[in-house]
Design a protein around this ligand. Structure first.
Ligand SMILES: Nc1ncnc2c1ncn2[C@@H]1O[C@H](COP(=O)(O)OP(=O)(O)OP(=O)(O)O)[C@@H](O)[C@H]1O
Ligand code: SF4
Ligand SMILES: [Mg+2]
Length: 309
C-alpha cells in the first residue's frame, strides 16, 4: 500500500485559562494515495484541529505535545515555518469550509490565481489558469477572472479554490467541510469535482459531519469522538456493518429510508474542558457497562469499544 501521509501518536491540545486540555488523543492514521478519506464526527470532535495540525495552522494557545506527521518522508511537525509555508498551497492544499478564508477580498480572482506559487515561473500562465477553471466547470471564465470574491456565489468560490489546488499541482487536498455552506445541488457538484480529482490521482481528506455524503464519495472513513478515533474502516464495511455505538448512532440519525423515524443521539458532545473517565462516549451510550465508566477502550481491530475488546 502506497501511503501519502502517516500520522503517528499525535497528541494536541489547548491552554485554556490556567490548564491544558487535549483536543486530539493519540491519533494514528495512514492515508493511502489516490483515495478519498473521510473524517467524520459531530461538531467539536477535533476534525479541524487535526487538519490544521497537518498544515501547522493552529491557534496560538495550541500545543502539539507529541507525534509525527510524515508526508513524503518528512515530518511536517519538524519543519521550520519557512519550509511548511512552501508546502502549504503547493504540495498540500486546503479547501476550507468558508472559501472567503482563502480568497483575498481586495484582489480579482485572476490576480489571486496568478499568485499561486507554482504558476509564477511558468509560461502561458493565463492559459493554465483558464484550463484549471474549465476543469472545475466554470463556464463564464472571463467574467469570473475579472470578479472580486464577493461577486461570486459560495459554490463558485469553492470552484475557484479547487482550481487553485489544480494549478498548484498538490498531491494532497485537505477539504474541511467544503460543502457545508452550500445547497444540495451545488454541494453535489463540488463533491463530484473531488471525485474527479481522485480519479486523476490526487488524495483527498474530506472532513465532514454529514455521513450521508461519506458512503457515496469516500473510500475510507474514520469516526472521531472528542479527540479520539473510535472506528476506522473502508466506507463500504463501515456502513454495512458499523460496530461502535457512536458510529451506529450517527448512521441511525441519517435520513435514509423513507418513513423511517430518525433517531437522535442522546445528549451532547462535551467540551474538551470536561474530564470524562473511561470511554468518553459512555454518558451517551445505550450499551454502557460498568467498566465503560473507568477504563478507556483501546482501538483494536478498527474499533475502540469494550463490546468487542
Ligand atoms: N483555540 C482554541 N482554544 C480552545 N479550544 C479550542 C480551540 N480551537 C478548538 N478548540 C476546541 O477543540 C475541540 C475540537 O475543535 P474542532 O474545531 O477541531 O472541532 P470540529 O470537529 O472541527 O467541529 P466542527 O464540526 O464544529 O467544525 C472543540 O472542543 C473546540 O472547542
Ligand atoms: S466502550 Fe462502553 S460506553 Fe463506550 S461505546 Fe463501547 S459500550 Fe459504549
Ligand atoms: Mg471544524
Amino acid at each position: 500500500m502506497d501511503n501519502i501521509l502517516e500520522i503517528k501518536n499525535l497528541n494536541v491540545g489547548f491552554d485554556i485559562e490556567d490548564n491544558f486540555y487535549f483536543a486530539l488523543n493519540d491519533i494514528n492514521l495512514t492515508f493511502e494515495k489516490g483515495k478519498i478519506h473521510a473524517i467524520a464526527g459531530e461538531s467539536g470532535c477535533g476534525k479541524s484541529v487535526l487538519i490544521n495540525t497537518i498544515l501547522r495552522l493552529l491557534p496560538k494557545n495550541s500545543r502539539i505535545k507529541s507525534g509525527e506527521i510524515l508526508f513524503k518522508d518528512q515530518d511536517l511537525l519538524k519543519l521550520k515555518e519557512k519550509e511548511i509555508r512552501k508546502i502549504r498551497g503547493n504540495s498540500i492544499s486546503l479547501i476550507p469550509q468558508d472559501p472567503f478564508m482563502s480568497l483575498n477580498p481586495l484582489y480579482t480572482i485572476e490576480n489571486q490565481l496568478l499568485e499561486v506559487p507554482s504558476i509564477k515561473d511558468r509560461e502561458n500562465k493565463i492559459n493554465i489558469i483558464k484550463g484549471a477553471l474549465e476543469e472545475v466547470k466554470i463556464k463564464n471564465i472571463d467574467t469570473v477572472l475579472k470578479s472580486y470574491p464577493h461577486e461570486l456565489s459560495g459554490g463558485m468560490k469553492q470552484r475557484v479554490i479547487i482550481a487553485m489546488a489544480l494549478i498548484s499541482k498538490s498531491d494532497l487536498i485537505l477539504a474541511d467541510e467544503p460543502t457545508t455552506a452550500l445547497d444540495v445541488t451545488v454541494s453535489n457538484s463540488i463533491l463530484n469535482l473531488l471525485l474527479e480529482l481522485k480519479n486523476k490521482g490526487k488524495t483527498i481528506i474530506l472532513i465532514t459531519h454529514d455521513l450521508s455524503i461519506v458512503s457515496n464519495y469516500c473510500d475510507t472513513t474514520t469516526i472521531m469522538y472528542l479527540g479520539d478515533i473510535v472506528e476506522i474502516n473502508s466506507s463500504d464495511k463501515l456502513f454495512k456493518n458499523p460496530l461502535h455505538p457512536y458510529t451506529k448512532a450517527l448512521i441511525g440519525a441519517l435520513p435514509t429510508s423513507r418513513g423511517k423515524k430518525l433517531e437522535n443521539i442522546k445528549g451532547q458532545i462535551s467540551p474538551i474542558t470536561e474530564k470524562i473517565k473511561g470511554c468518553k462516549f459512555h454518558p451517551r451510550c445505550n450499551f454502557a457497562m460498568e467498566k465503560c465508566c473507568c477504563i478507556k477502550p483501546k482501538l483494536i481491530n478498527n474499533v475502540a469499544c469494550h463490546l468487542y475488546n
